[in-house]
Design a protein around this ligand. Structure first.
Ligand code: LXE
Length: 652
């Protein structure tokens, strides 16, 4: 326990002409010179699934929404969303008699009215906007065919325009009525000026008077800006860079609820997400919108290599969100599908078809993979996890003895066999809960079992209605109160990193215009990324981390001041993280047992008031500020209210 000494604070208050010393309780933290354990290399990472348009419309850089009419019902008015007609064209999503591919059965059938004049066609406003950047080259692509042969030949134009009709970029080609089979049109767009906002759209037009009465079918559109590390079919640069700047060590994917499916048929299936985009049918995701699966297994894995993080990959485990579990005697094909998914990632192309497929797609070398998670939140179907866990774990660990498998129930309920080596623990709670549970793992038995805090977030101030509305206390965006409370909890994760091997805030990403869940770590719209206060907490914890944990005086278990210390055993850089999740400032005295401690260090201070929040209307309200600080074997520090401080000092 921390010793609370009383110290006369340096500055005295002037009162009635007399100097009256102001008393502050000072918490003395004695810091050992010897590490107690090695910090796992996977401690701080990210949990991702397509929720809040975090994949399509988010990390995945494709700009066109509903680009291939996947998982829509032709004839439904919503099947066209968000495409709209330009200048009187008649648009209809049809089940094509001769579709562009068997995976993409629907086409956009465009009829040019017989009295058409001017440019006639259709446009797409993207995912609530399209960013027009004159320094970018956009790759536009579409497929077309004439359902009936026609003598028509004319110009097709694609471009980017504002909602007031200002054209920023356009490019053209000739299309031909003799083209009754599918032809691909690929055109680049280089805007000549920037747009003042993101209320822009992508348009496709033809000359109305020349084409009057013609009918043309279109399919599989795409519009890509430059991508992170220049990957074809890759990631949106600003979002990817924001994620990479957190220095995540792992990326949990592809769910979360979104691996589960609302039913067995709509579960995430790796094999439907690889190969040509024409061969990906997409699926109805678990968060109310179709997933294109353009962000497929290979795109994920490539992204992990580009960022330098490892996967924590989930396999579907026989349970879907509607509450149904596969009976035990029906599991075999799903276990095989999970084996194939893992083979695709790490298998040998000479012995596995899935690995050979990976090699044929340009990556003959296996990807790095250590951790595989079996299912998601299977405590919701714990009755069936009693057989699903041993069946999946038994078969998968026999096929891949070098891999590590993670169970998704709680250690105590139900008791499952064989005893899982690792558990994925989730918690969405109030700020107070996170502060009160900074010692959550301290009492856990050290029996070889280790833990992945796979989802956590402080989501509401209302303990009795955590998932209620913002009016009922739910956070729309993280605040300094919610974020510093998470930081208090994280000091406990770091202290217990002998048994906590990984931890990730959830959810990771949110398109601010349309989301299903709040709060989220990183928010964005079509043009801008808005890192939240919790993002900066995650970043401070992840970037400033040594390879060894340095024990120190324990914080008071029911207190309001927390710290954790780690050290880089090569450089001697020692990272002292101090969290004050309440209003009043608090004083500390650090007393380091190291022989040599630098006389100055670096302070990264992140602090604000309780409700301060980085939002699209107040971006960057609170960011960490760096300064130099006087250190030494003993030094004082005052932690402001609602703050996370990281003091980096060299010690040996
Ligand atoms: C639990 C699940 O795994 C996630 O998909 C949800 C959002 O983070 C959460 N309820």
């Amino acid at each position: 326990m921390a010793s609370l000494g009383l110290r006369f604070f340096g500055i005295a208050a002037l009162l009635g002409g007399l100097y009256v010393p102001v008393c502050h309780a000072v918490t003395t933290v004695t810091v050992s010179a010897t590490a107690s354990h090695t910090i796992p290399t996977t401690l701080y990472g990210q949990m991702f699934e397509d929720i809040n348009h975090s994949g399509d419309g988010g990390l995945y850089a494709e700009l066109l929404q509903n680009r291939a009419f996947q998982q829509v019902t032709p004839g439904d008015s919503s099947s066209l969303d968000p495409w709209v007609a330009v200048n009187g064209a008649e648009l209809e999503v049809i089940a094509d008699t001769d579709p562009v591919s068997s995976a993409l059965p629907n086409s956009l059938q465009v009829t040019i009215p017989s009295d058409a004049t001017g440019s006639v066609g259709f446009s797409n406003p993207g995912y609530w906007g399209i960013k027009v950047d004159p320094s970018w080259t956009y790759n536009a692509s579409l497929y077309y065919r004439f359902p009936s042969e026609s003598p028509y030949s004319g110009t097709l134009t694609v471009g980017l325009e504002s909602d007031t009709g200002e054209v920023f970029a356009s490019n053209s080609t000739t299309i031909d009525g003799s083209q009754t089979s599918w032809a691909n049109v690929f055109l680049t767009l280089t805007p000549s000026s920037s747009a003042s906002n993101t209320n822009n759209s992508f348009f496709v037009t033809i000359n109305g008077s020349e084409a009057a009465g013609e009918i043309v079918n279109f399919a599989m559109f795409s519009l890509f800006p430059p991508t992170y590390k220049d990957r074809p079919n890759g990631m949106r640069i600003d979002i990817a860079e924001t994620l990479a700047a957190m220095k995540p060590t792992f990326f949990r994917f592809p769910g979360g609820n979104n691996i589960e499916g609302q039913s067995f048929d709509t579960r995430w299936q790796w094999n439907a997400t690889v190969g040509s985009l024409l061969d990906r049918p997409g699926r109805m995701g678990d968060w109310g919108y179709a997933n294109t699966d353009g962000l497929g297994l290979l795109e994920y894995l490539t992204f992990f290599e580009d960022v330098g993080m490892e996967p924590i990959m989930a396999v579907w485990a026989g349970y879907s969100l509607n509450g149904e579990s596969e009976p035990e005697d029906a599991l075999a094909p799903f276990i095989q599908q999970a084996i194939d998914q893992i083979e695709f990632v790490v298998g040998d192309p000479s012995t596995s078809d899935a690995a050979a497929l990976r090699a044929s797609l340009g990556h003959p070398e296996p990807f790095y993979l250590n951790n595989v998670e079996i299912g998601n939140e299977d405590f919701f179907a714990s009755d069936s996890y009693v057989y699903r866990w041993p069946d999946f774990y038994g078969n998968l660990s026999a096929a891949f003895p070098d891999l590590t498998f993670i169970a998704t129930t709680y250690p105590f309920d139900p008791v499952i066999y064989p005893t899982p080596p690792h558990y994925d623990v989730h918690v969405y709670q109030t700020p107070d809960w996170f502060i009160e549970n900074a010692f959550y793992y301290d009492s856990f038995e050290r029996n070889g079992t280790t833990y992945f805090e796979g989802e956590y977030a402080s989501i509401s101030t209302n303990a009795s209605n955590l998932y209620g509305t913002p009016e009922e206390g739910r956070f729309l965006y993280p605040t300094m109160q919610s974020s510093t409370a998470e930081a208090a909890f994280m000091t406990g994760l770091e202290r217990n990193s002998d048994i906590v091997f990984a931890a990730s805030y959830a959810p990771l990403l949110q398109l601010a215009n349309d989301s299903q869940w709040t709060p989220n770590l990183v928010n964005y719209d079509a043009g801008t990324v808005y890192p939240s206060t919790s993002y900066y907490v995650q970043q401070l914890f992840a970037v400033n981390l040594g390879d060894e944990y340095i024990p120190s005086t324990l914080p008071t278990e029911d207190g309001t001041l927390f710290w954790t210390i780690s050290r880089n055993s090569t450089s001697g850089d020692t990272f002292i993280k101090i969290v004050n999740p309440v209003t009043d400032e608090q004083d500390l005295l650090f007393d380091l047992a190291f022989t040599t401690v630098a006389s100055s260090g670096t302070l990264q201070l992140f602090h604000g008031t309780q409700n301060d929040s980085n939002t699209p209307t107040t971006p960057d309200l609170i960011t960490p500020q760096t300064s130099t600080i006087t250190t030494g074997q003993a030094f004082n520090y005052t932690a402001p209210g609602y703050s996370v401080s990281v003091i980096t000092v060299n010690a040996s």
